[in-house]
Design a protein around this ligand. Structure first.
Ligand code: ZN
Ligand code: FE
Ligand code: FE
Ligand code: ZN
Length: 265
């Protein structure tokens, strides 16, 4: 198995030494661990939750040192990038010039609202407001996936983190359909992210319904714990594998220098 979504303390909200993440990966019997910390933004974006552009060299060195320190687990070099409309040019050349194995594309903000931040939960108390956030979230995710330039959709239905449910509207259904169609067209896969099991919603991202639709459209999957601590590496992966199989998957994908390599589940 692989864990393709992990963080480092450079992002200011994760703990543990990268060597401890690697040791946890060995202990879990993983074949690969991907280090996918939050992208720095040259002109500053969401600065309290990510490394600075100056720290990027440190990140690169940390991952390359880690890559030669285990004979059992392959270390993949990755990033979790955000969709910031109108500002993607600021990171594009950097992302394209670095020898990443893959990129995770995530939406953590609906415009100015950091909707997955526990300090901004008031929004979920209003039915109307939460419906707006869900719809806007999927609109932004559709823009991101249509634009492409990354390999894995991060925590597909993240707005459910605190227990909110999407409004049952045609708009939401068609946005999800369009996102998955764009993902299939752009060879972007969906991660089964077990971090949701550690949040109030207590569910894997994404829901079985989205996974079944992904399967029907030929969209692949990867696995990620979104570990912000060594103890979370490969957390609840048995459950994730079970869910993947239940939704019809018999394979998952790995990435090397941004090329897709399928593996049997
Ligand atoms: Zn994080
Ligand atoms: Fe994320
Ligand atoms: Fe993450
Ligand atoms: Zn994440």
């Amino acid at each position: 198995m692989i864990d393709y979504h992990t963080h480092t303390s450079l992002c200011k909200h994760a703990d543990g030494d990268p060597k401890e993440y690697l040791a946890a990966a060995e202990k879990a019997g993983l074949k690969e661990i991907g280090i996918s910390d939050h992208t720095p933004w040259p002109t500053g974006y969401d600065t309290q939750f990510r490394m600075t552009p100056e720290e990027f060299r440190e990140y690169r060195e940390l991952v390359s040192k880690l890559a030669v320190s285990s004979s059992k687990v392959k270390v993949k070099y990755a990033l979790e990038i955000d969709w910031v409309p109108g500002r993607m040019d600021e990171v594009r050349s950097h992302v394209e010039n670095e020898p990443f194995d893959y990129l995770i594309g995530s939406v953590h903000y609906t415009d100015d609202l950091p909707f997955d931040n526990p300090d901004h939960q008031a929004v979920w108390k209003s039915v109307e407001r939460s419906a707006e956030v869900w719809t806007r979230y999927y609109e932004l995710l559709l823009e991101f996936v249509s634009q492409g330039g990354f390999e894995i959709i991060g925590h597909f239905d993240l707005p459910k983190k605190f227990g909110s449910r999407p409004p049952e509207t045609e708009r939401i259904t068609s946005l999800i359909d369009d996102i998955l169609t764009a993902a299939a067209d752009n060879h972007i896969v969906v991660e089964l992210n077990t971090a949701g099991l550690r949040k109030p919603v207590r569910e894997i991202y994404p829901s079985p319904d989205i996974l079944r639709k992904a399967k029907a459209k030929g969209v692949g999957i990867t696995f990620g714990s979104d570990a912000h601590s060594p103890c979370d590496v490969a957390a609840n992966f048995a459950e994730a594998i079970h869910l993947a199989k239940e939704c019809g998957f018999d394979s998952y994908t790995t990435f090397e220098k941004r090329a897709l390599l399928p593996r049997r589940l």
